[in-house]
Design a protein around this ligand. Structure first.
Ligand code: KG4
Ligand code: ZN
Length: 340
């Protein structure tokens, strides 16, 4: 049996300042998340400048807490994994600079990690039996990707959104019906009181690629519906709008994903990203996968939204492959999956 690998991981790509200590990629020894959501709520979305400043204020505290929760010091670690893209450049820079500084001071190896690779790897934490290959749907605030995970760290993107990401659509529709930011969890909650079949919203198909997504038409359809109600002086049933919109998103995500799993000949499917914490989406996938004989994997909600444990999980598999970053590691806001 080879030696344990313990990594400190850092995530600061958007509005969560997070650090974790993860052993052998699958055992989370600590997972500290400082969420800035409350700070950004009054602006209706993430304000990049505020996010960067808050990351600077919080990052040392969050790392110290992660080490102390794990009962460790820097001397117990084997390396430092950090998100270096994609994301907000100023926000990413805080985590990257911090990781480089600790690496320089301690001599610990540094491993730059792709944020989406982190989201996908969140599945390894609680599903000890999950190994590639499998198909993964990554649905977050910035991304909607269908990915074939060929091996650890080896990805093929087979579908992506042409316009809005799924989470972005949730956030925009939530704002339109007056729920505020972040929209996903609020639409999720309100939908439970509504009828998902009350309003017929479109399920978009992209002609050129059957695995691509498009959510902007759906978002416009919701806005048009709200305008039409207002012009006619009709009261809007917000729960019905939320539930019908959510169902339209889920239907498309489920159809595309199940089609891909079958066409590519896999029997394992996983979900990842903030939208993967949606309760109706999880239920829909559970039912469909059971009916189709596909093994379904999902992280707990806390590992779906941004966190550093997922970066530690991804970091482990890069570490054992020998991937190391230099002190010239930089924040790459538009980093592509599979790129270094
Ligand atoms: O993965 P994540 O935390 O950050 C990004 O990498 O973007 O995803 C955040 C997104 C937001 O758009 C948020 O509204 C959405 O995930 N989200 C949800 C739920 N929880 C978070 N969407 C639908 N249902 C939820 N329960
Ligand atoms: Zn994310």
């Amino acid at each position: 049996m080879s030696r344990d690998v313990v990594l400190l991981s850092i995530e600061s790509s958007c509005d969560e300042t997070a650090a974790a200590v993860v052993k052998n990629g699958r055992e989370v020894l600590s997972n500290v998340i400082y969420s800035q959501i409350a700070l950004h709520t009054e602006f209706g979305g993430v304000v990049p400048e505020i996010a960067s400043r808050k990351h600077i204020e919080k990052i040392n505290q969050v790392i110290e807490q992660a080490l102390s929760d794990a009962g460790m010091t820097l001397a117990d670690l084997d390396g430092i994994a950090v998100t270096y893209g994609p994301g907000l450049v100023g926000a990413l820079l805080v985590g990257v600079s911090e990781a480089k500084a600790i690496s320089f001071a301690t001599g610990l190896p540094l491993i730059g990690i792709h944020h989406i690779e982190g989201h996908i790897s969140a599945n390894y934490i609680e599903n000890k039996d999950l190994e590639p290959p499998f198909v993964c749907l990554v649905a977050s605030g910035g991304h909607s990707h269908l990915v074939v995970v060929k091996d650890y760290g080896e990805y093929e993107i087979i579908g992506r959104t042409r316009d809005d990401a799924a989470g972005e659509a949730f956030d925009k529709v939530a704002r339109a019906i007056g729920l505020g930011y972040p929209g996903g969890p609020k639409v999720d909650k309100l939908s439970k009181e509504g009828n998902p079949d009350a309003i017929s919203f479109p399920r978009a198909k992209v002609d050129e690629n059957e695995y691509d997504f498009s959510f902007s038409g759906l978002k416009s359809a919701v806005l048009n519906y709200l305008n039409a109600c207002q012009m006619k002086g009709e009261e809007v049933n917000r729960a019905d709008v939320a539930a019908s919109f959510q169902k339209a998103v889920i239907d498309v995500l489920v159809e595309h994903s199940m089609h891909a799993v079958k066409e590519f000949g896999y029997d394992k499917f996983a979900i990842a990203g903030g939208v993967a914490s949606n309760s109706s989406l999880r239920k829909a996938f559970e039912e469909r996968c059971a009916a189709e004989g596909i093994q379904f994997y999902h992280p707990s909600p806390i590992y779906c939204t941004d966190n550093a444990a997922m970066i530690g999980a991804a970091g482990y598999y890069e570490y054992v492959k020998g991937v190391r970053s230099g002190y010239d590691l930089n924040a790459v806001p538009g980093l592509k999956l599979g790129e270094r």
